[in-house]
Design a protein around this ligand. Structure first.
Ligand code: NI
Length: 404
């Protein structure tokens, strides 16, 4: 396929995906479309127990293995863009650019397929369901397809970067995202006789102020951390002090240490305030993805690859939003980049637009990453363990030791 044909193919596929948004775990039409395209291109699909999402493989059986990952789900948002290919499904929209990620990775798959016979290893192409809901990345990890994969690459659209630019930084680029629900149990009473009850309204007023000291007083001021109470529910009328109060919120951080510290301080303050007021407290803590943390050595490689592809390299726009790509990076070194898709309303907005002009460069960048990574891995030292097993010695960290 020549470049003009590939460009039109990517734009058509992107327009189709954009007009057919499906929510997390409901990506049936999207999955069918991807599988259909793969079978037309004779790309090998792995037989996996996935209801939605798919994994394909390109390359020869020997040598190292790397992965490219796209997420495929959309959001429950009513689109307000006036695009000719706007959502056909009421109340659903590709407002986070996952249609762009899917098209770009698909383009890379086609380009890699064309040079399959020359690849010094294998590339696993991952179309992950449910990035916007919990568990999508884990569905893929549970299939075991990443067991012998040595590095993984992904990207995310950025409405803050122009087309032709790429944000890439080593270390943490997105946050660990946890959430919590806290219930205080007091003693309801007549509003005229607060002495006969335990007032949870006064309690939560203290508590909400106190939790703001966790980030400002307990964590290093040079680190990025966040704790927000986002919902407060208590009482239902003017002359009764309620029995209970419920709070919901989110905690975000860029390191495991700060993540743990914030959780511990939140529990301590909740228990301390409850006991000071004579109330009881219970906390439900929901642990979300860890920080998205780019491997330093593979980030250098990805930056060099992007530079050769003509991208204007920028620092990754840091964000305390989360990304379940982080679950892959817990298992193997990986790099997550922000690709400029033109200035637009922010993602997760009903007016968000990704410029399709960024598709072909994105596909070519991903292709160069996968192919370059295989060559880089092929050049690395091989060594043997005491039992005679062949082991690849990787350049950066001990966790990169992979058997083949
Ligand atoms: Ni997203």
């Amino acid at each position: 396929m020549n470049e003009t044909a590939l460009k039109s193919f990517l734009e058509e596929t992107f327009a189709w995906l954009h007009s057919h948004p499906e929510l997390s775990y409901e990506e049936y039409e999207t999955t069918a479309k991807l599988k259909d395209l793969f079978s037309k291109e004779l790309i090998c699909l792995l037989d996996l127990p996935l209801a939605t999402g798919a994994v394909a493989e390109i390359g020869s059986k020997d040598g190292p293995m790397v992965a490219l990952r796209a997420d495929i789900d959309a959001l429950p948002i009513e689109e307000e863009t006036c695009l000719p290919y706007a959502s056909k499904f009421k109340g659903k929209m590709h407002a986070c650019g996952h249609d762009f990620h899917t098209s770009a990775v698909l383009g890379a798959a086609l380009l890699l397929k064309e040079r399959e016979s020359t690849l010094p290893g294998r590339v696993r192409i991952i179309f992950q369901p449910a990035e916007e809901a919990p568990g999508g990345a884990r569905k893929i990890l549970e299939t075991g397809v990443l067991e012998n994969v040595q590095t993984i690459f992904g990207l995310h659209i950025s409405p803050f970067l122009p087309v032709g630019s790429l944000g890439l930084s080593p270390g943490p680029v997105m946050a660990a995202v946890d959430s919590f629900i806290i219930r205080f149990q007091g003693k309801g009473c007549h509003a005229a006789h607060p002495d006969r009850g335990v007032d949870v309204i006064s309690l939560i007023a203290h508590f909400i102020s106190a939790v703001q000291t966790i980030v400002s007083r307990n964590t290093n001021p040079f680190a990025a951390n966040l704790l927000s109470i986002t919902r407060v529910t208590a009482g239902n009328t003017w002359n009764v002090l309620p029995e209970t109060a419920e709070l919901e919120g989110t905690a975000r951080s860029l390191t495991p240490e700060d993540r743990q510290l914030i959780k511990e301080r939140l529990y301590a303050l909740a228990q301390g305030e409850a006991s000071a007021f004579g109330a009881e407290v219970s906390i439900d803590w929901h642990q979300g993805p860890p920080p998205t943390t780019n491997d330093a050595s593979w980030t250098d490689f990805a930056r060099e690859t992007a530079r050769k592809q003509g991208f204007d390299l920028q620092e990754a726009p840091k964000s305390l939003s989360g990304e379940d790509f982080a679950y892959y990076q817990e298992k193997l070194p990986g790099v997550f980049a922000s690709i400029g898709t033109g200035l637009s309303a922010p993602n997760h907005s009903s007016k968000f637009i990704a410029d399709p002009a960024a598709l072909l460069p994105a596909a070519k960048y991903l292709t160069a990453l996968a192919e370059g990574a295989l060559r880089r891995l092929t050049k690395h030292d091989w060594t043997r363990t005491a039992s005679g097993q062949r082991i690849l010695r990787m350049p950066t960290t001990q966790r990169n030791l992979q058997s083949t």
